[in-house]
Design a protein around this ligand. Structure first.
Ligand SMILES: CC(C)(COP(=O)(O)OP(=O)(O)OC[C@H]1O[C@@H](n2cnc3c(N)ncnc32)[C@H](O)[C@@H]1OP(=O)(O)O)[C@@H](O)C(=O)NCCC(=O)NCCS
Length: 160
């Protein structure tokens, strides 16, 4: 089932990190492992990584509650890293797809032409999700792939 959710770009402020920390508490250790590719520590530490000050943060909310977060890091202006986390109860309902699309549109409007994502071998389905925003090239990087998505020019036309 695909759901319609509200998507917002939020600043990495204390208020946003608090609601993201609450979402992290509802996530399984497995989901957190797949997002961070390892043990991340406390929910507060995870929220700080998901919504740090040097990141563009996209939040998916359902009835006012944060259910998913896309983070586009400020690490490389030309080709920043993207990471997505959707809480378990909301996975496979279209939230991740919507977050990737929103983050890609936002990045393209800022002049970014490519995004990079670290994808575990067992999460190869994410490469298909990324192909929806542009052509993907991959390089092997233990334990998975470094995927580079060239953002499609037509993303500039997406709604602000
Ligand atoms: C990866 C993740 C962001 C996907 O978000 P989502 O909201 O579940 O994804 P969607 O519902 O938009 O699904 C997109 C597609 O991926 C497929 N998919 C989703 N989860 C899948 C899984 N675990 N295995 C195989 N396919 C999967 C869906 O079937 C869908 O395919 P379709 O559009 O062809 O039907 C989410 O599962 C998650 O947060 N996982 C834990 C953290 C993580 O792995 N993050 C990615 C690394 S940064």
């Amino acid at each position: 089932m695909t759901v319609v959710i509200a998507l917002e770009v939020v600043p990495g402020s204390d208020a946003e990190r608090a609601e993201i920390e609450e979402m992290v508490r509802r996530c399984s250790p497995d989901s957190l492992y797949h997002r961070f590719h390892g043990v991340v520590g406390t929910p507060g530490r995870a929220a700080a990584l998901l919504a740090g000050p040097a990141q563009e943060v996209y939040v998916a909310r359902e009835s006012g509650t944060c259910v998913g977060v896309a983070s586009v890091a400020d690490d490389d202006q030309a080709c920043p890293h993207i990471g997505i986390l959707v809480e378990d109860a909301w996975q496979r309902r279209g939230v991740g797809t919507a977050l990737i699309a929103a983050a890609a549109c936002g990045a393209r409007r800022r002049g970014v032409t490519a995004l990079v994502a670290d994808v575990l071998y067992e999460d190869r389905f994410i490469l298909e999700m990324l192909r929806r925003i542009g052509p993907v090239t991959t390089a092997a990087s233990n334990p998975g792939y470094t995927a580079r998505v060239a953002l499609a020019p037509e993303l500039l036309d997406c709604a602000a």
